[in-house]
Design a binder for this molecule. Structure first.
Ligand code: UDX
Length: 445
């Protein structure tokens, strides 16, 4: 199929490259000429595991990038909108979606064959039907359901694993205004014959995306609340509690192989120093605001956000159990990114923790395998020192805070022994074995 994808950010580019790999003829559209040039040279403007390889393989055969939206839409049967929907504090900002919908509509005015416009960006329920559809109708002077269809196809990609997630999805959700629209979307995804597909209307598809992310975020905040209670009792470890909880087969089904998925962070019931990233915080806030606008308040989601906002500060409370006065104390921060496998620091719990440490006069030495350059944009120059290795970061540290679950940090107990240093280690991700460290504490312990 001939597909155009508008927006070559994280979602648009990954979708474009993967659909090209699956055999479609894809044109990625962006207003940023520099990005377009990079993509055409096989250089991805973002880092994502496996992206460069697939881009290089498909560029100039099944994939091309352009700034010419008109030509791309003219030449394709379906257009995916994958532009950003930032949260402005009150609601998601639909400015970019509206602009692109209008541009596509203007092209459809001059296009004779039937076309499907699919919203891929995360948008609140009703956006495709009540915002995108009327704009395309107005700009094209044509009627939805006749000259064109409107669809909604949410993404469920995890940063750092986006290519694997796209190529091996758990499910494909297709929303459309009518059967004709859905038929085109089904043809687009026919390249994934094995995958569970759910076809529905646009509003439901939009709601599925928000509900899925809000559920995962709720599970995390729930685990964190239980973890905080465990810690308050002084003798219960949340890691053990969650193991016991997971033995319920409804939570951890036994696989065909007879094996059980070990309770861990991947199940979203891992207590820690809080969730971050570009999706969970924004999506939960947007769904809560949407509920309030529809006079259906969402107190549960309010609590999920409140627990998450407070959670990073638990790291400081724990630390101050051991070092009451932090002035001039050397603290190693291990991990800056909101999760391992990415350099993304958006809404990372490391940000409030570092700011608070600095405010208390601590000397902060941070180490992250790849996110340092992002951190440098956030903290004032000279305030945070960056170590170029784990070893350097911890050498003279008087306390260590683990903020990101990088597997490299598993070496910490051995490294500390070798360095003959035994500072307190506060584990914000509960990734280390408490028996292996002289002074160990962590969330939910
Ligand atoms: C998420 C969703 O997983 C994805 O489906 C959606 O489309 C986009 O948002 P992502 O933002 O890449 O993906 O992050 P994810 O791997 O889900 O982790 C989110 C955060 O939760 C991280 O900060 C992580 O450290 C934290 N987390 C995860 C916990 O605190 N506890 C857990 O048990 C699991």
């Amino acid at each position: 199929m001939k597909v155009s994808i508008v927006g070559t950010g994280y979602v648009g580019l990954v979708s474009g490259v993967c659909l090209a790999e699956k055999g479609h003829q894809v044109t990625c559209v962006d207003i940023d000429q520099a990005k377009v040039d990079q993509i055409n040279q096989g250089i991805p403007p973002i880092y994502e595991d496996g992206l460069e390889e697939l881009l290089k393989k498909n560029i100039k055969t099944n994939l091309q990038a352009t700034t010419d939206l008109r030509q791309a839409v003219m030449d394709s049967q379906v257009s995916l909108i994958a532009v950003g929907t930032p949260f402005d504090g009150q609601e998601i900002d639909l400015r970019f979606i509206k602009t692109v919908a209008r541009q596509i509509g203007e092209v459809l005015k001059d296009k004779d064959d039937y076309h499907v416009v699919v919203v891929k960006s995360t948008v609140v329920p009703g956006t495709s039907d009540e915002v995108v559809l009327p704009i395309v109708e107005e700009a094209s002077g044509k009627k939805a359901g006749e000259a064109f269809g409107i669809g909604m196809n949410p993404e469920f990609l995890k940063e750092g694993e986006a290519i694997v997630d796209f190529m091996n999805p758990d499910r494909i959700v297709l929303g459309g205004i009518d059967q004709k629209t859905l038929a085109v979307m089904e043809e687009l995804y026919a390249v994934f014959p094995e995958v569970d597909q759910l076809t529905t209307n646009c509003k439901t598809a939009e709601m599925i995306k928000y509900t899925a992310n809000s559920l995962l975020a709720t599970m995390i905040s729930f685990s964190n609340e239980i973890g905080n209670l465990c810690a308050a009792t002084g003798s219960i470890d949340v890691v053990e509690v969650m193991k016991g909880v997971h033995l319920d087969k409804r939570l951890t089904p036994i696989l065909e192989t007879g094996e059980r998925i070990i309770p861990s962070f991947t199940t979203y019931l891992g207590a820690g120093c809080g969730f971050g990233g570009s999706c969970f915080p924004k999506d939960v806030k947007a769904l809560k605001a949407f509920g309030e606008q529809r006079l259906s308040p969402m107190p549960l989601l309010g609590a999920v956000l409140k627990v998450n906002a407070d959670q990073p500060y638990k790291m400081l409370t724990l630390l101050q159990k051991y070092v009451a006065d932090l002035a001039n104390v050397r603290i190693a921060i291990l991990g800056l990114a909101f999760k391992p496998g990415t350099d993304d620091m958006r809404e990372s719990p490391a940000i409030p923790v570092i700011n608070e440490l600095l405010a208390k006069g601590a000397v902060v030495q941070a180490y992250d395998p790849i996110a340092q350059h992002e951190a440098e944009k956030i903290f004032d120059a000279g305030k945070v020192a960056y170590a170029d290795s784990l070893e350097t970061a911890i050498k003279d540290a008087q306390a260590i805070l683990i903020m990101t679950r990088w597997s490299e940090f598993n070496a910490l107990p051995d490294l500390l022994k070798a360095l003959n240093n035994a500072p307190v280690v506060i584990d914000g991700r509960r990734m280390l074995d408490k028996q292996e460290l002289a002074k160990y504490d962590g969330i939910g312990l």
